[in-house]
Design a protein around this ligand. Structure first.
Ligand code: 13P
Length: 331
């Protein structure tokens, strides 16, 4: 059993409290590789932002659970080396689908876990989330639960249809589970293909997706004043990255994300954690494709992973400063 405090990590409690009152959101970036981890830490240090580094079940399968945990420990040491004496880094399990997986992460040094029972019947979702909360809180690990279903595909999580969160359920759910934050469904979805072109309106040659359901978010805020709300599926799928990928041999059709103005608006509300994964994948792939196309003789991975890391770092800094507003918010 390893406690996250011994690794220099923090849980989400204090950072969410400050984010809700301060009208900004904490970035929650997924990582699978060393380059993603380095880019996240460099971006957080340069902008003096707290950051959540999150790991999905798929990431654990890909990179190995133990290695990812040591990478998070290394992230804290790396942030200090980069000149940040007291970094605020959370190691979070994204979309935990069982008590056993959450327990395993808590026992390994995670400071926060998500238990995603959103596809279960309401009472089963509550029972599972409460079981995880009861275990996690013994070690001061914070827990995110989810009500409502997001559409889209992400690692092992997939759903064809979304179901918006019902505001009338949120008080009962949060009280009975004791969760520390609540992921809601208001129209975001996982992956790089969040909307079909038919769902969008063409404005000045750009496909604009339907707006997020801010009315539902505001109703939830009224029912749970000051309670930390989480938005999954919040990549904006930048067209310049999609165009670079397609220009250099890729084939991404109808990739459409959430407009950044809407995320900016959400960050000013009780939404205090915004999950971004696909944008990092796009930034990495675009840079690698471009480099290899322009330097066909290169075969040292460092030659193409370095620009990939730079491109991800640029994207993370942009999100922190221009979308979430968490820059300069380190305690
Ligand atoms: P995106 O696919 O929009 O990046 O969402 C990531 C996410 O919600 C991780 O849980």
């Amino acid at each position: 059993m390893v406690n996250y405090k011994d690794l220099g990590l923090v849980n989400t409690r204090e950072m969410f409290k400050k984010a809700v009152t301060g009208g900004y959101a904490i970035p929650a970036f997924n990582f699978n590789t060393m380059e993603q981890m380095q880019a996240i830490v460099m971006a957080a240090v340069e902008t003096k932002s707290p950051v959540i580094m999150q790991v999905s079940k798929g990431a654990r399968n890909y990179a190995n659970a133990t290695i990812l945990r040591y990478m998070a420990e290394g992230a804290v040491a790396y942030a200090k080396e980069l000149g940040c004496p007291n970094p605020e880094i959370v190691l979070h399990l994204d979309h935990g689908d069982s008590f056993e997986l959450c327990k395993d992460c808590i026992d390994m040094g995670f400071s926060s876990v998500m238990i995603d029972g959103s596809s279960l019947p309401y009472e089963e979702n509550i029972a599972l989330a409460k079981k995880v909360v009861d275990y996690a809180h013994q070690f001061d690990v914070t827990v995110e639960a989810e009500l409502g279903v997001l559409a889209g595909v992400e690692d092992e999580v997939s759903s064809a249809e979304s179901h918006y969160t019902k505001p009338e359920e949120v008080i009962d759910f949060s009280t009975r589970t004791g969760c520390d934050s609540l992921a809601i469904s208001i129209g975001t979805s996982h992956g790089a293909h969040k909307f079909t072109p038919e769902q969008c309106t063409l404005v000045n040659g750009v496909l604009v997706p339907p707006p997020l359901a801010f009315d539902i978010l505001h109703e939830i805020e009224k029912k749970l004043p000051g309670f930390p709300i989480v938005l999954h599926g919040s990549s904006s799928v930048p067209m310049e990255e999609v165009n670079t990928i397609n220009k250099f041999g890729g084939h991404l059709e109808a990739a459409i994300g959430i407009p950044e103005e809407q995320l900016r608006e959400a960050a000013k509300s009780a939404v205090c954690k915004i999950n971004i994964d696909s944008d990092s994948r796009l930034a990495m792939t675009a840079a690698i494709r471009q480099h290899l196309a322009e330097h066909p003789g290169d075969f040292d991975p460092r030659q193409y992973l370095k620009p990939a890391r730079e491109n991800m770092k640029k994207m993370y800094i942009h999100k922190i400063v221009n979308v979430l507003g968490s820059d300069g918010k380190l305690g």
